[in-house]
Design a protein around this ligand. Structure first.
Ligand code: PCA
Length: 203
């Protein structure tokens, strides 16, 4: 039986005029990888909306697994994230809200670990020549926020589905516009995410 994977990307934000996760999410929408069929959506870089959008998508699609993608402009490798923390902080979001050390969920756990096979993903990526490393911090901005929201939701609803977050470097297209960050080709970024999904399917 085929399983459903909810895959999310993000819209552009701050001085990143392109978000490569958006194109990857759009191009993989409807694709079948391993025993997963992918449903993709692009989330808003908006602290008041992104979590609601994600939780609504989970309710609507009833996925068997969730992978959220985000741009980490300046990073060199594919970074599956290990942990999400119960904090919103950082610069203004796309609606002008600037969180200052806010909690995401009152009484939520301080931190929650990814339930994706992140070590295996990193091994598979490196084995196929794509630099990858587990990251021990997803930051405190929107990426950490949606990772925390997904893990909190699966925990309080006793859902045993794998969920987590993968940060990716800039695409060449973005790096040329931005001027100060390393980049990968879009095809390699997309191949890396495909390998992560294949790894999840084999887990
Ligand atoms: N990256 C940001 C938010 C949106 C995105 O793609 C982050 O790392 O939090």
């Amino acid at each position: 039986m085929t399983k459903k994977l909810l895959l999310t990307g993000f819209e552009p934000f701050l001085d990143f005029s392109i978000n490569p996760t958006m194109k990857i999410a759009e191009e993989l929408n409807g694709a079948a990888i391993g025993d997963y069929t992918i449903t993709s959506h692009v989330l808003s870089v908006d602290f008041h909306q992104a979590g609601k959008q994600l939780l609504q998508l989970i309710d609507e699609t009833k996925p068997d697994a969730i992978i959220s993608l985000g741009l980490a402009g300046g990073r060199f490798k594919i970074n599956p994230e290990r942990i999400a923390i119960n904090v919103n902080d950082g610069p203004k979001d796309n609606q002008g809200h600037k969180p200052d050390n806010e909690v995401i969920w009152e009484n939520g756990a301080d931190g929650m670990f990814s339930t994706l096979p992140i070590s295996r993903m990193v091994q598979q990526l490196n084995a196929q020549g794509l630099p990858a490393e587990i990251s021990n911090s997803a930051g405190t901005y929107l990426c950490n926020h949606v990772m925390y929201q997904a893990l909190h939701y699966t925990k309080i609803n006793n859902l045993s589905l794998p969920a987590g977050f993968i940060h990716i470097p800039a695409s060449h297209e973005l790096a040329i516009e931005h001027g100060k960050i390393p980049s990968w080709s879009h095809d390699d970024l997309k191949r890396a995410i495909t390998i992560c999904i294949e790894t999840l399917a084999e887990a």
